[in-house]
Design a protein around this ligand. Sequence first.
Ligand code: ATP
Ligand code: MG
Length: 194
Amino acid sequence: MRVLVTSLKGGVGKTTTAVHLAAFLQLRGPTLLVDADPAEGALVWARQGAGLPFEVAGPEDARPKRFEHVVIDTAGHPKGKTLREYADKADLVVVPTSPGMLSLVSLEQFVGELEGLPLKILVTLVPPFPSLDGLRTFAHLKARKFPHFKNAIHRLAAYEKAVLAGTVVQNIPDSRALRAWEEYVMVGREMLKR
Ligand SMILES: Nc1ncnc2c1ncn2[C@@H]1O[C@H](COP(=O)(O)OP(=O)(O)OP(=O)(O)O)[C@@H](O)[C@H]1O
Ligand SMILES: [Mg+2]
């Protein structure tokens, strides 16, 4: 499977999503994460601490043919050419989107740019109850008839700790780490169902 993780907006959880979907796919077969972000977020994550349970490479060093699954992480607002180059080869384009009006406005624009591609929006960074931001975001996606994952990713400190420790969230000693990992497992299962 070839999965592209991209968005117009920065800081919406692209790298976090790419890393955990790669960890999910690695359980099923050899998986490569291509870090196509010049800021090298995923490469930095992989280099520090405990390490990641799958291969991470920059676009020049990547040997995608050797892997069953490939996940590509991009920078926010990737250049049109980069986007098309990767998107045209992807089985699925995952677009992480955090709640909030400005996120949804930039999503609107991005969905236009990605027209015709196998797109699926992932709602990320959902604040805890009693916030209704997550529900509002889903209502908006539904009203606009935008294809989206039914499962969302919540705002949990465990994800941030995983970056600091240079590992995946399931290895973090945090009471919510397992829940955090299960959220991506649910999204991963949805991804395979299509
Ligand atoms: N679900 C979450 N809960 C809590 N913190 C999160 C979550 N997802 C991401 N973060 C944190 O938010 C920050 C941005 O996440 P991330 O780097 O994954 O986003 P990005 O879209 O890749 O950003 P960029 O556009 O800069 O590449 C990071 O510090 C990350 O640890
Ligand atoms: Mg990133």
